[in-house]
Design a protein around this ligand. Structure first.
Ligand code: GTP
Ligand code: MG
Length: 448
């Protein structure tokens, strides 16, 4: 989607979810919105007043009856003239009204085009636009509340305050460079370092909150692997609290990947159960094992399930532990059969998928692995894009500090600070490219 080429068009889309509903909302935005509404409704609309109307096409056939709302520019969602038609929520009747609007010269909106226009008209910044999509997509209450905080601008405000502090520091350093005879004094009087340290501390705080927000949005992925009959599917079922996967005493029961998402105190947990890994497998099972091994690379965490009564780890189990030592948890399952206590010992988790003992310990362990802290109230939703921008800003500030402390190199301090400032600006959209905008807004639903 090109950000500017089609800005002159008036766009239309059904804004409510597809399917049947009590009402359905059609949104029209652009210069022709009021004119088109007049043609359809044969009525003049007053700004921000609900008006009961009959919706007609160009042949004066009655299509629907409903309420029309007019939001004149600039006081609308997009910043343009906007008309919203609230009719009956049936797909056919909504299509008829949209067709009538198209016949009057509007065109269908692309996904996210209303939000893109809101962004380009400075009604919202980029982080807020993303928060709209994240609010709609939220899979837990915590994620929805965090998205709402981002939408209200709390995340952007934090970012903008930091950007202002960085700007002021840049001005200070650049002024020092412009007066070379005083440069050394300026840079060594401690003020720059003090301000830089304060910015670094704030950035770390922002990073911590954004990480929580990203977890709320994307969650944690966990893959359960192990030998046949170790109790992998039983563990999946214990975590979901349902008979999600088939459990039998027959080795080789699970062949396909079984996927389920639950929430762990607000954090989405994507769990994948896999085929037991063994050498003597027939063709279907072999394919299952191949898929299981692939998942190990992708997961945030691998749960290697072992029957606690089996004794020594097998070669396959040792290989998993070695190859993925940084992200594997060894689960000693079936403690009920040997009378062991549940809990975490020597980095291993003892539990029983059958009785549920030790399950809460596993849940705490998973949260801890991701650094998820539910108690932290005021997180805001964040995306990978935001996290990498914050990381880049931090790195540039650290480089600036090094140039300052070790080399007193004013020019290079200024350069690093400029890079930091630009990286931070990407979050709210002060620095953007058409590609980035296309990528972000094309993932929105139509009508947003
Ligand atoms: N006593 C006891 N039995 C368990 C426990 N966990 C699983 N089992 C039993 O072990 C057998 C195998 O369990 P599954 O969950 O199907 O094992 P799996 O690892 O998914 O096996 P495959 O799909 O064949 O790879 C079943 O009979 C389960 O009831 C446990 O904690 N305690
Ligand atoms: Mg299984």
């Amino acid at each position: 989607m090109n950000a500017n080429s089609s800005f002159a068009d008036t766009i239309v889309a059904v804004a409510t979810a597809p399917g049947k509903g009590g009402i359905g909302v059609i949104r029209i935005s652009g210069k022709q919105a009021a004119f088109i509404a007049k043609r359809l409704l044969s009525k003049d609309l007053s700004a921000r007043i609900a008006t009961l109307c009959t919706f007609r096409n160009a042949n004066q056939e009655i299509l629907d009856q409903g309420v029309a709302l007019y939001f004149p520019s600039p006081n609308s969602f997009t910043g343009e003239d906007v008309v919203e038609l609230q009719g009956h929520g049936g797909p056919v009747v909504l299509d008829l009204v949209v067709s009538a609007v198209l016949a009057e010269g509007a065109r269908l909106a692309e996904p996210g085009e209303f939000s893109l226009r809101a962004f380009l008209n400075n009604k919202i910044d980029l982080a807020q636009a993303e928060a709209i999509a994240d609010l709609i997509d939220a899979s837990t209450q915590q994620a929805a509340q965090s998205a709402m905080r981002s939408l209200q601008g709390q995340f952007s405000e934090h970012v903008l305050n930091l950007a202002t502090a960085l700007m002021q520091l840049r001005l200070y350093v650049e002024a020092a460079i412009d007066f070379p005879e005083e440069e050394i004094d300026f840079l060594s009087d401690g003020k720059v370092l003090q301000k830089l340290d304060a910015i670094l501390a704030e950035l770390s705080l922002l990073q911590a909150k954004a990480k929580q927000g990203q977890l709320l949005k994307e969650g944690m992925s966990v893959v359960i692997v192990g030998q046949p009959n170790a109790g992998k599917s039983s563990l999946l079922n214990a975590l979901t609290g349902q008979e999600t996967a088939i459990v039998t005493p027959i080795a080789g029961t699970t062949r396909d990947l079984v996927k389920e998402t639950i929430q762990l105190d607000g954090m989405p947990l994507h769990i994948i159960d896999t085929a037991g890994i063994r050498d003597q497998a027939e063709e279907i099972e072999k394919e299952g094992i191949r898929r299981a091994l692939l998942q190990q690379d992708l997961a945030d965490r691998i749960l290697l399930v072992v029957d606690v009564s089996q004794g020594e780890l097998t070669k396959v189990e040792q290989e998993v532990l070695q190859q993925f030592s940084h992200k594997t948890t060894l689960i000693m399952n079936k403690i009920d059969t040997v009378g062991l206590l549940p809990g975490e010992r020597d980095g291993q988790l003892y539990l029983s998928a059958k009785t549920g003992e030790g399950l809460s310990c596993l849940k705490e362990h998973l949260k801890m692995c991701m650094g998820y802290r539910q108690a932290e109230g005021a997180t805001f939703i964040a995306r990978r894009r935001h996290l990498s921008a914050i990381a880049a800003t931090l790195q540039n500030c650290l480089n600036a500090k090094k140039q300052l402390v070790e080399f007193k190199a004013g020019e290079l301090v200024a350069h690093e600070l400029k890079m930091a400032h630009d990286a931070l600006g990407e979050i709210v959209g002060k620095v953007t490219t058409d590609d980035l905008l296309g990528e972000i807004f094309s993932n929105f639903c139509i009508g947003k």
